[in-house]
Design a protein around this ligand. Structure first.
Ligand code: ATR
Length: 279
């Protein structure tokens, strides 16, 4: 029987996951379909119960449900529990199990460019939901030092305190970070500042960036944010948010099917979809 997969969120019509995932099901000749589900916060509980009742094989969860879905699931993977957010659910013999592949997906994508992450001195910009997954997964991957700058430093301190993996961290303001930029090998931009339509915005000035450094942004719309443009013109290597998006999807696909998919093909698929995306 055909297996049902999907992604739930509000809004959901712009999601690139259905085309990306259905292409993989075709490629691997799997009898499955992946559908966007528009689920509002009011309807979340009913939607989860309904999907369980009809025997959904698995689904992704996106904004604004990543945290609110947790009490509605039967089990939560320890990393997702620590992060406090679920983006992937698998139906395991009638039980809905929640996972988080965002942070690990980010790390897998970054390793394509920087194979040995552990010795890097890292500055993370932002301390919200996306930052949490990335910080925990970087620490899990053995990165020894990750400093955090945030508009509200107290939120970064809170994030640091709840990390289950050993990592050294100093927290400071954005202004302080601008003065210390030359100390870092890797800058990770985790806020949504600079995302379309606000493409002229950046979370901080990169005047002091080291030319030999690497700058990474989780945003993929536009493909090159102001943050990445500035880093690139200072000589730094850069990576946009496409890899994170592709690898979080690849890890979800692997959780559901046991097969790690062709990420190059996924990337091409996403770039094709973004070609028609309003920037
Ligand atoms: P997400 O879950 O997408 O990461 P979030 O939890 O709202 O979103 O976090 C957004 C991040 O962007 C936070 O680090 C936030 O800083 P605060 O912790 O001070 O709120 C940061 N952010 C959002 N708007 C900002 C702005 N105008 N200037 C500086 N930082 C901003």
């Amino acid at each position: 029987m055909k297996k049902l997969y999907g992604v739930m969120g509000d809004p959901i019509s712009h999601s690139m996951s259905p085309v990306m995932m259905n292409d993989l099901f075709d490629l691997y000749e799997m009898d499955a379909a992946y559908v966007p589900f528009h689920v509002t916060s009011d309807g979340l509980e009913t939607a989860v119960k309904g999907l369980k009742a009809i025997g959904v094989a698995g689904f992704n969860v996106t904004v604004p449900h990543k945290t609110d879905i947790m009490p509605l699931l039967d089990e939560i993977d320890p990393l997702a529990k620590a992060i406090g957010a679920v983006n992937t659910v698998k139906n395991q013999e009638g039980k809905l199990i929640g996972y988080n592949t965002d942070g690990r997906g980010y790390v897998r994508g970054l390793k394509e460019e920087i194979p040995s992450l552990s010795g890097q001195t890292v500055l993370m910009i932002g301390a919200g939901g996306a930052a949490r997954g990335i910080y925990f997964s970087m620490a899990e991957a053995g990165v020894k030092r990750i400093d955090i700058c945030n508009r509200t430093p107290a939120k970064a301190v809170e994030l640091m305190k709840t990390c289950p993996f050993p990592v050294e961290t100093e927290v400071f303001t954005i202004e302080k970070a601008e003065e210390r930029l030359e100390q870092y090998d890797l800058l990770i931009q985790t806020t949504l500042i600079g995302m379309a339509p606000n493409i002229e915005e950046a979370p901080l000035s990169l005047k002091g960036i080291k030319p030999a450094s690497f700058a990474s942004d989780i945003i993929y719309n536009p493909l090159e944010t102001k943050f990445l443009k500035e880093a690139s013109s200072a000589g730094a290597r850069t990576q946009n948010g496409i890899e994170m998006f592709v690898y979080q999807g690849a890890l979800a696909f692997e959780i559901w099917t046991g097969l790690f998919p062709d990420t190059e093909r996924m990337k091409e698929n996403v770039l094709k979809q973004l070609g028609g995306y309003p920037c």
